[in-house]
Design a protein around this ligand. Sequence first.
Ligand SMILES: [Zn+2]
Length: 300
Amino acid sequence: MSTESSLRADIVEIGRRMYARGYTASNDGNISVRLDANRLLMTPKSVCKGFMTPDMMCITDLEGRKLQGDRDPSSETLMHLEVYRQRPDINAVVHAHPPTATGFAVAGIPLDKAVLAEVLTTLGSVPIAEYATPSTSELPEAVRKYIKAHDGMLLANHGALTVGADLFGAYYKMETIEHFAKISLVARTLGRENVLSREEVTRLQGLRGTYGIKAPAPICADPGGVAESALGPGPGGAEAGRDDATCQVVRAPTGGGQRLVLELTRGGGASGAAAGEEGEIRLTYRELSALIEDAIRSLR
Ligand SMILES: [Zn+2]
C-alpha cells in the first residue's frame, strides 16, 4: 500500500511529465488518487501541473468536501468524484488536454478503429463523451455514459480522461491515447489505413485473459448495430442514446480470412482502390497530343 507521501510525490511527477509532454498548458489538467475508502488526494485548483510541490495537494472526502490543504481542490472535482462512484475498481484519475487526441475530440472523431493491437488489448476503444461545460455538473453526466465500460475517453471539444488501478496506470493510458491519436493522424494524412479485421479483434480480445489485462468491458459483439446506435447520427456520438455503454465499440470490418483490410482515408473513403486515385487523370496518347496542340495554338 502506498503511503500518502509517496502518492503526493507521484502526483508531482505525473504533473511534471504531462506539462513537459505538452498534455497541459498553463493551469490545465488535474490528477487524483484514493488515499483510503473515504478520502481522495488531488491536485489543487489554478496551479501549473509542471511546477507542483507535494505540500500543494488537497485531501477531500468522497463528496468533494475539503478535509485538508491550504488550496482549494481541482475545478473538475465533480468529474473525479463521479468516476470513483461509478468505478470502485479504480484508484486514480488523470485529466489533460493532449493536443492530438484533443484534436480528434474537436473533430468529433472517436479513436475506435481497430488499428493497433496493443491498444485493442489494453484500452479497447476510446469514445467521445458529449460536450459539457467544463467544471459544471454537466461534465460528470457526460462521462457517466462511458466510464463503466472504458478506461479512457475523449471529452468533446475539451480533452481526455483516463483511469487506472494506480496513478501511473492512469497516466500511462493518457500517454497511450495521445500516441494512438498521433499514429492515427499520420496514417490518415498518408491517405490509407490497414484496419484489423473483426476476426483478429476477437483473437486479440482473447489475449486479454492470457495476459491478465483487466478491461472494464468486452468489445461489443455486434459492431454494426451497436456502432450505429452508440455513435449516433451526430458527430462523435453527440446524438447517441441515453443508455450507458456496457461494451466497447470497435470498428473492424469482416476480413474474409484476411487479418488486415485496406481502408482509404483520403479521396473518397473506403469505396475501392480507384477512390484513392481520385484526382488522377488518365489520357490516351492521342488525347494528350490533342491537348498539347490546343495549348500551343492558343499561345500563338
Ligand atoms: Zn480540462
